[in-house]
Write a protein that binds this ligand. Structure first.
Ligand SMILES: [Zn+2]
Length: 284
């Protein structure tokens, strides 16, 4: 699940390794991944990759004025490949979704594990044509403290949902929201518009610290090693049952239909476990 730090690091990696090269061909292996039809993917062939930027969790490759926009979703990843096979991949087999060939024989694969497919690719004339990009709130690393306070103050709903809502603040997903809330010592179920000034400052500082620490760890990593680097820096996310590195309490989990969150009761909820959504309403 790449979030702001990983997508930023992929952006830097591609800027160094791919920008300035001509895209010779793009192979589509997972038909459902492409969300646009005009211009066609084939329009990218023969054009130079001139830039790469990030919008929230979207990767935006500028191919001489056309944009190949990628959203890696939950289980998507970018694999840099040296010496790509020239034979077209077999559609619908394995995790490969899209393959981009560059003039020097290198390139990259977009892959997606699992059966729930969310990886999305768009070929557009401007990134503003991608609905998920036009709806993005301010970037998590660009928002200032006053703006952050105003955004939360105008939001009814729990902090976990607020931090991961890309239309409110862009770039944070399931993993880093758990980490940010842990660092801020706030319950994921606390209501966003009920924070006092001290809590808003703690949350803002935790957001910046968590994301910049992750960025520093990811900077200079090869695309292949970013996942492990991300995992090694986590304090509570995906660590259910393990001791909290801060206080030693056992990290707990709340499960939902298709996702889960992790938190430390001692650090975040006054020692009280959050059993489920119904219970959380009583505990907040
Ligand atoms: Zn703890």
């Amino acid at each position: 699940m790449p979030e702001l730090p990983e997508v930023e690091a992929l952006t830097a990696f591609l800027a160094e390794n791919a920008v300035g090269k001509v895209v010779t061909r793009v192979d589509l292996a997972a038909v459902q991944a492409i969300k646009t039809f005009d211009p066609p993917l084939s329009a990218l062939g023969g054009l130079e990759l001139t830039g790469v930027t990030r919008h929230g969790k979207f990767l935006d490759l500028d191919v001489s004025g056309l944009h190949l926009v990628v959203h890696l979703a939950r289980a998507g990843w970018l694999h840099w490949r040296t010496g790509l096979p020239t034979a077209p991949p077999k559609p619908g087999k394995g995790p490969l979704a899209l393959r981009v060939h560059l003039e020097d024989g290198n390139g990259f694969d977009l892959t997606e594990q699992g059966t729930r497919k969310g990886l999305a690719v768009y070929v557009v004339r401007t990134p503003a044509e991608v609905p998920g990009i036009t709806r993005l709130g301010p970037d998590a690393l660009a928002v200032d403290r006053e703006q952050f306070a105003a955004l939360l103050g105008g939001r009814s709903g729990q902090l976990k949902g607020a931090l991961t809502d890309q239309t409110l603040i862009a770039g944070i997903g399931n993993a880093y929201s758990d980490e940010i809330l842990h660092a801020a010592r706030l319950s994921p179920f606390k209501m966003a518009d009920k924070l006092n000034d001290d809590e808003v400052i703690r949350l803002y500082d935790a957001m910046r610290a968590t994301l910049t620490d992750a960025l520093e760890r990811q900077a200079g990593q090869q695309a292949a090693t970013m996942k492990g680097e991300k995992r090694s820096g986590l304090q509570v996310h995906a660590r259910t049952g393990l001791p909290c590195p801060v206080c030693g309490d056992t990290v707990r989990e709340v499960s939902f239909a298709d996702t889960s969150l992790q938190y430390c009761p001692t650090c975040q909820t006054g020692g009280k476990p959050l059993a489920d959504r119904r219970l959380s309403k009583l505990l907040r």
